[in-house]
Write a protein that binds this ligand. Structure first.
Ligand code: ZN
Length: 360
């Protein structure tokens, strides 16, 4: 097959004619300056992204969510962590981010919204980083002198990948474990700060019953970011309006056994009363016989899910109706899940429950 090649001379002629035509157009008033402006704009549009990339300082924080610059020095989370395993009674050293994933698995249901799992990851990472830093200065806790943290509720519940597989099965590992790992990875290295300092007590609890507590009312020490806030989206929480009933005899026996130093006298239907409540609605002080106990003492002695309770005494029995589960301080996990379902992201959730804090 013959390929038709255009005649070279003919091509030159056409080109010359086109240039002549273009020069003619340029002689029309205002066309020349307009063409120059258009050409300059085109050049700028092509060069702008390159120049921007070249002269913008590299922040060294490419992860999503770390774009905002802190005006203070950030804390580097540790690379490894040593924990005390309560079952084997041995210490174990593992990768810190793997530890965070194991804590989220141990502390929050995987069915929770991704943003709640991300909030839990940051809270768990912050809590353990603060504990490690404190242990470096003051030594490990007396409960486990070999490690700054243990794997149980005393610190934070941690489950290894192998333990989770054993406990939850392969289907859970395929879907839920992946979901938890992704939530933790998306917040990798991120910590919670208050006034430019690492948050020391990123406490959390299962559900508040509608309002969280001032740390002061539960643990006797005020912490500026652990103050009572509304927790309005807990409709899926467990232990809502839970009733626990005790005969007066049973109640009397249990409380006297747990608090031998209190002189209760004879406890009867007429001398069991709630005296005061905290800002978050938990029972602060209760009269029991001739003695007085805090709501927390009553809750712990009777194994009630929360100190957010009312009492009703009839037919020789005391009925405790409680809402929420846990101490009520810091982030409510069911509240976090509820907020996430309302469209709040993990930073908004954390900044709500830990007032005045920021995530970096
Ligand atoms: Zn511990």
């Amino acid at each position: 097959m013959r390929i038709h090649l255009p005649n070279r001379r003919k091509l030159k002629k056409t080109l010359r004619r086109a240039i002549a035509k273009f020069s003619d157009i340029l002689t029309i008033p205002l066309v020349k300056p307009a063409a120059i402006i258009v050409a300059a704009l085109c050049a700028l549009l092509i060069l702008a992204p390159y120049l921007l990339m070249k002269f913008t300082p590299d922040t060294g924080q490419p992860e999503e969510g770390r774009k905002t610059q802190a005006s203070f020095e950030l804390v580097n989370p540790p690379k490894d962590i040593t924990i005390y395993r309560t079952e084997s009674k041995k210490t174990e050293t593992l990768d810190f981010e793997d530890y965070v994933k194991g804590v989220v698995s141990g502390e929050m249901p995987a069915s929770f919204h991704e943003e709640a799992l991300k909030a839990q990851s940051v809270a768990a990472r912050t809590y353990s980083t603060a504990r490690i830093l404190r242990a470096e200065k003051e030594g490990n806790p007396s409960a486990h002198p070999g490690a700054p943290l243990c794997d149980a509720t005393h610190c934070q519940v941690y489950r290894s990948e192998a333990e989770l597989r054993e406990l939850k099965g392969d289907a859970w590992m395929k879907k839920d474990w992946k979901k938890i790992c992704s939530a933790a990875s998306q917040t990798e290295g991120q910590l919670l700060y208050y006034n430019g300092e690492l948050v020391e007590q990123a406490l959390f609890h299962s559900s508040s019953g509608g309002k969280t507590e001032d740390a002061e009312d539960v643990f006797a020490a005020a912490v500026p970011y652990l103050v009572s806030v509304e927790s309005p989206y807990e409709e899926n929480a467990t232990h809502q309006n839970e009733e626990n009933s005790y005969s007066i005899e049973e109640l009397s026996k249990t409380l006297k056994a747990k608090h031998p130093s209190v002189s209760f006298g004879t406890i009867t239907a007429t001398n069991i009363k709630i005296i005061s409540r905290s800002k978050g609605g938990r029972v602060e002080k209760m009269q029991v016989g001739n003695g007085a106990l805090t709501g927390r003492q009553v809750r712990e002695a009777l194994n009630l899910p929360s100190a957010n309770f009312t009492i009703d005494i009839k037919n020789g029995a005391v009925i405790f109706t409680s809402s929420g589960s846990g101490h009520g301080v810091g982030m409510s996990q069911y509240g976090a899940d509820g907020m996430a379902k309302q469209g709040y992201d993990y930073k908004e959730i954390l900044e709500h429950y830990y007032r005045g804090t920021e995530v970096f």
